[in-house]
Ligand binder design. Structure first.
Ligand code: GRG
Length: 287
């Protein structure tokens, strides 16, 4: 299977559903949707891939969950770009939300996306227990035990520049969210608890790889392809993989995380092969 074709094709219904999921919101649609528009849709596609690999057949069940994940991710990007955080003017190939609409509206767009995501998680018929599990899993990894914690470390001036701190930032800021996307698909397909846990563990390796390649692209990436400003982490003296291990060391460790992810996914059976292909895509990505 051609993974680029797979990701491109999977993105189409996700983009369509993302537009539709705001259909009952008029007042703030333009501002929230501005930031949603664009992006690779890796997290929703991971959720859908996991749902399908686990035997899920009903797009109506997984799509709201997939969209909810993308809303939260977009919210994190909007807030990450704010002057008080990473202070970036350019995102997804256009002016960051606060540059386009002002800081107050950008903060509110993020708040709106975050809240609306949880409404989406409750949509669709049945699967009440599974929806609750999704809400529990997502709220745990994006809050103070996950993304928020990772971001506080990332913002801290006191953090020691060592491999342990780096790992703590990467796992919390990025890896848990990637992993929970895989987990949510499995939950919605009613996979067994042990398989859900195994997929989450494999997703953590994939998520670590994702942040490694993000850090590497900050050094070697091109603005037009990335749709965001490269060199910002380096200029800000951020704790990144190349800062700790050097560029070659970071690339070596990225390959190692890709191997670990593929080893773990492969151990779960052939039906999860798509995740090995997505892992390779992430390892070699240029955007
Ligand atoms: C509670 C979710 C939440 C956020 C509040 C602002 C903040 C705290 C966290 C920021 C976390 C952050 C931006 C982590 C970086 C993750 C990352 C590698 C983003 C880039 O993801 P891509 O490449 O971007 O998938 P696209 O635009 O393609 O979706």
């Amino acid at each position: 299977m051609d993974v680029v074709k797979y990701l491109t094709e999977k993105k189409v219904p996700v983009d369509r559903a993302l537009k539709k999921c705001f259909s009952d919101i008029n007042a703030f649609f333009d501002i929230m949707y501005y930031s949603i528009d664009g992006g690779k849709r890796i997290r929703p596609i991971l959720a859908i891939a996991s749902y399908e690999a686990n035997g899920g057949k009903d797009p109506e069940q997984i799509m709201p969950v997939a969209c909810g994940l993308e809303l939260i991710h977009t919210y994190s990007l909007i807030h990450d770009d704010l002057p008080a955080m990473d202070d970036d003017d350019f995102r997804r190939g256009k002016a960051a939300a606060h540059k386009k609409f002002g800081e107050a509206m950008a903060i509110l767009a993020g708040d709106g996306l975050f809240a609306h995501a949880f409404e989406l998680f409750t949509r669709g018929n049945g699967l009440v227990k599974e929806k609750l599990m999704v809400i529990q899993a997502v709220s745990e990894v994006v809050g103070p035990k996950g993304v928020v914690y990772g971001q506080t470390l990332d913002m801290s001036k006191e953090i020691s520049p060592d491999p342990i701190s780096l790992r703590r930032i990467h796992i919390n800021k990025t890896a848990k969210f990637i992993a929970v996307s895989v987990k949510c698909g499995a939950i919605m397909a009613q996979a067994s608890a042990s398989l859900i846990n195994d997929l989450y563990a494999a997703g953590i390796y994939m998520g670590m790889l994702f942040q490694y390649t993000d850090d590497i692209l900050d050094v070697v990436g091109e603005k037009e392809k990335l749709g965001k400003t490269p060199g910002k982490d380096m200029a800000a003296g951020k704790l990144t993989a190349p800062a700790v291990y050097g560029l070659d060391g970071a690339k070596f460790r990225a390959r190692r995380y890709a191997q670990l992810a593929k080893h773990k996914f492969s151990g779960l059976g052939e039906r999860f092969d798509i995740f090995n292909m997505i892992t390779d895509f992430i390892l070699h990505r240029t955007f």
